[in-house]
Ligand binder design. Structure first.
Ligand SMILES: Nc1ncnc2c1ncn2[C@@H]1O[C@H](COP(=O)(O)OP(=O)(O)OP(=O)(O)O)[C@@H](O)[C@H]1O
Length: 519
């Protein structure tokens, strides 16, 4: 009997343990099932009652939303922050008090605080709850940061309202800015929004008044004739719409400008200034981008919206007389042998841009219309004549080295409010200070101290002395600007030391007159 007990007692014990284990398993399975059911139910509920919208960084809507969200108190209360100085201008965060932007003792913004990546935040819009997640990772490797906004809605109407509201707020806040788009890194024919830059007043451009006025008037006339031509055909669809030449009685509806002349003479700055004046965005293409080819260029041209500026920088960098008419040429200079004898174009074989491709993208049948087309070059004489014939380039403007009057104007513009030569007042209004800062970054506030002690009349005298010392047709306006920036708080010393600086410039530059256009 005892021996039977000895056999069954441990067995009964292990049965009990098995029983307990089984109970635990059942409870675990029930909990897991309940969890799964609740997740499925929640997902089903979310699928039915919630909508999600995604915004990607290369699209301007991303910036509208970032700007909108930066104003939401819940973002300001975020417990995890990313501190940024890089994105301030891009996201215009200077206006977002909720983010707790930090200022130094001069009142200049040094950093902004943004909720960290991958954190989730809630906000309310029109009385509805929304959840937003900011992220940098994306399955599409071409895309950068993204925003996912999820909200309780039966259709996407509320999202439309949200985007419209964000765009309205953004436009109100950045109307003093010019939006810049570049080709994306991979050159898939996509535009990448790179940010909004402050407008640069035309008065800050030291150029012959005739040149500025003629260009501005021409552009305005073009834009107004566009309205006249397409009013009835082109309502409301600003993006991705092209106007066909048929709509304008068969006359191609485009305008092309060539800005040519020495480096640092203000060609690019003038386009920027003009864009601000006309309220247009700028789409910049570098023909030397990796992967650029005929298709990409045509696609890019087609994707830039009407009523914008299309800017081709440094046209001479790709298409020169020497290669343009060679039928076997891809259009890119094949080899330019460096001093070491190696090829500088070795790795550029994937660039399949041809001259005919470029010509077609400018004025072929598939060419985009309704845009202002600007091309800049330092060497007009090197361009293939086909590129700059009438119809492709309607007007050319030449930019020269600095003359004495350039020097006088830029000196005044730098040390006085930006009314170029006219204003002689030493008391700067807030607007004037802002204009001065936009024209010459770094000059605002730093003018203080010694510069503010110099009266407007004295500045005028100093400007004359400065101009007398500057040799004609030798330095660029950019050179002069660089020198003035180095002396931004020392206008008197700047004039006293200018001759020494010119000597140094001549020593540093082996061929000071290189690139000077033949008179
Ligand atoms: N005529 C000008 N008036 C005012 N600022 C000028 C002028 N020319 C040049 N600058 C200043 O010089 C800098 C360079 O100018 P910008 O890039 O427009 O010259 P660019 O002619 O386009 O040069 P590049 O041919 O090398 O591209 C800018 O910061 C601009 O403010």
């Amino acid at each position: 009997m005892d021996s039977l007990k000895n056999i069954f007692f441990p067995l009964a014990g292990s049965m009990g343990a098995l029983h307990e284990t089984f109970k635990l398993l059942v409870i675990g399975a029930m909990i897991e099932s309940a969890r799964r059911i609740s997740v499925l139910t929640w997902n089903g509920f979310v699928d039915i009652f919630f909508h999600s919208a995604y915004f990607y960084q290369e699209d301007v809507a991303y910036d509208w939303l970032m700007h909108f969200l930066s104003k939401q108190p819940t973002w300001g209360r975020s417990r995890e922050f990313e501190v940024t100085t890089r994105d301030i201008s891009r996201h215009n965060l200077t206006t977002s008090g909720d983010l707790g932007d930090e200022e130094d003792e001069d009142g200049q913004l040094v950093a902004a605080f943004m909720p960290s990546i991958d954190s989730t935040h809630n906000f309310y819009f029109h009385g509805r709850w929304f959840r937003v997640t900011r992220s940098t990772r994306s399955s599409d490797y071409r895309r950068g940061g993204s925003l996912k906004i999820t909200g309780f809605a039966l259709d996407n109407e509320i999202f439309k309202k949200l985007v419209l509201q964000a765009r309205r707020d953004y436009t109100m806040d950045v109307k003093e800015r010019v939006h810049i788009f570049l080709t994306d890194d991979m050159s898939y024919g996509n535009w990448k929004y790179v940010g909004a830059r402050p407008k640069r007043p035309m008065t800050s451009m030291v150029l012959e008044p005739d040149l500025k006025d003629a260009l501005l008037a021409d552009c305005k006339e073009f834009l107004s004739s566009e309205e006249w031509c397409v009013d009835s055909l082109f309502l409301g669809s600003h993006f991705n719409s092209a106007i066909t030449s048929d709509t304008a009685s068969g006359i191609p509806f485009r305008r092309g400008y060539l800005l040519h002349g020495v480096p640092g003479s203000g060609k690019t700055s003038l386009v920027h200034s003009l864009a601000g004046e006309l309220g247009l965005n700028i789409y910049v293409v570098s023909l030397t981008s990796k992967g650029m080819n005929d298709n990409t260029l045509t696609t890019l041209m087609g994707r830039a919206p009407p009523r914008s500026i299309f800017l081709l920088e440094d046209l001479d960098a790709v298409f020169t007389r020497s290669v343009s008419r060679d039928p076997s040429s891809t259009g890119t200079p094949k080899e330019s042998t460096t001093s070491e004898g190696s090829s500088s174009q070795d790795n550029n074989d994937d660039s399949k841009l041809s001259l005919s491709g470029l010509l077609n993208s400018i004025d072929g049948v598939a060419a985009a219309e309704g845009r202002l087309f600007f091309a800049t070059t330092n060497y007009k004489e090197r361009l293939d004549p086909a590129l700059i014939r009438d119809g492709r380039i309607d007007r050319s403007f030449e930019f020269t080295h600095a003359r004495k009057w350039h020097a006088e104007c830029i000196f005044k513009c730098f040390f006085l409010p930006c009314k170029t030569s006219s204003s002689a007042s030493s008391s700067l209004s807030t607007n004037d200070k802002d204009a001065s800062e936009r024209s010459f970054p770094g000059s605002k506030h730093k003018l203080g101290h010694s510069a503010s002690l110099v009266s407007g009349d004295e500045i005028a005298v100093l400007a004359k002395r400065f101009a007398e010392a500057i040799p004609e047709n030798e330095l660029s306006v950019a050179n002069l600007q660089g020198y003035l920036l180095k002396n931004k708080t020392r206008p008197k010393e700047c004039v006293d030391e200018v001759e020494q600086w010119i000597c140094e410039q001549r020593k540093n530059t082996k061929r000071p007159k290189e690139g000077l256009r033949p008179e």
